[in-house]
Design a protein around this ligand. Structure first.
Ligand code: ASP
Length: 290
């Protein structure tokens, strides 16, 4: 047991210059203070990241949970994943319809099934049986955070995520998303794919945001850990390197990462990334642009 803890949150790397993000930043500031207090009091990283992501989902301020947009058929299909560093247990849901908190559903997959990822109808059957909170009228429940008009082929997006190191040195990561705006039915992004958009082990916890197709092809989240292990890179070099590799494929986005020493990295290669971080060393910042 130490007194070192660290926490980072993101609300997606889709912000555009002509929009004001004061409400999102105020909400993140409040969440950050709550999460920091919980970690300082000894709460587990896993509980804190799931709690943070559930609150971000429920806020309706980001393209995740309540703020998600429908796909081209007018249906809401959401993705989420959680990973526990020390055990490398993981749970995820993909193309999930009809449940209020995809991250709570992902945690249930991790804790109540022998599987890592459940998708679509099977995920819904499991979540209903597990007693997860349902949405009966999606049209009334969802309040899309983005009203952007998306050009054909454009990969416009948003997500929420959290990573933490607790005072026992445990790392955890959680990510939840409505995915791309005007995505095709059945499209699954990087967020629920362990290694691509979400990762945690004993070295590092990572939650990504950006054009999921590119993050999948670059396997960004696990690449951060691989760079630290095999190339002996620092957290900052590994996070920036993994993101730069994704960028060479033509994508944009960012990630948040925390390592076993409580260092935090929040690189992005997009116009902005809604983000917040705090550490036991006294750092505390909430920001959207550079
Ligand atoms: N990565 C997410 C996805 O492709 C979107 C985002 O992070 O903004 O589903």
């Amino acid at each position: 047991m130490t007194d070192i803890w660290a926490l980072a949150l993101h609300g997606g790397a889709g912000p555009v210059r002509d929009k004001n993000y004061e409400r999102e930043e105020a909400h993140m500031r409040a969440l950050l203070d709550d999460g920091a207090a919980r970690l300082a009091a000894g709460d587990a990283a896993l509980d804190v990241v799931v709690g943070m992501v559930a609150a971000l989902e429920a806020s309706g301020l980001h393209i995740a949970g309540k703020g998600s947009s429908p796909n081209t058929d007018g249906d809401w299909e959401l993705d989420a994943a959680v990973m526990d560093g020390p055990t490398r247990r993981a749970g995820a849901v993909a193309a999930l319809r009809g449940f209020a908190s995809p991250i709570a559903c992902a945690r249930a997959v991790m804790e109540k099934t022998p599987h890592v990822l459940l998708a679509a109808g099977g995920a819904e059957k499991f979540c209903a049986a597990a007693g997860m909170a349902r949405i009966d009228d999606p049209g009334a429940y969802y309040t899309p955070a983005s009203s952007r008009l998306v050009a054909p082929g454009e990969l416009a997006h948003g997500t929420v995520g959290a990573v933490a190191r607790d005072v026992q040195g445990r790392l955890a990561a959680a990510t939840s998303t409505g995915g791309l705006l005007r995505k095709m039915p059945g499209r699954v992004g990087d967020a629920p794919l362990i290694g691509a958009g979400t990762w945690a082990d004993q070295r590092v916890a990572v939650s990504c945001t950006g054009q999921g197709e590119l993050f999948i092809r670059a396997n960004v989240a696990a690449d951060v850990s691989a760079r630290m292990l095999y190339a002996r890179q620092s957290l900052h070099a590994a996070a920036a390197g993994a993101l730069a590799d994704m960028e060479t494929l033509g994508g944009d986005g960012g990630l948040i990462a925390v390592d076993a020493d409580g260092a935090v990295a929040l690189p992005f290669v997009s116009e902005g990334m809604k983000r917040a971080w705090a550490t036991s060393a006294g750092a505390r910042e909430v920001k959207t642009f550079r």
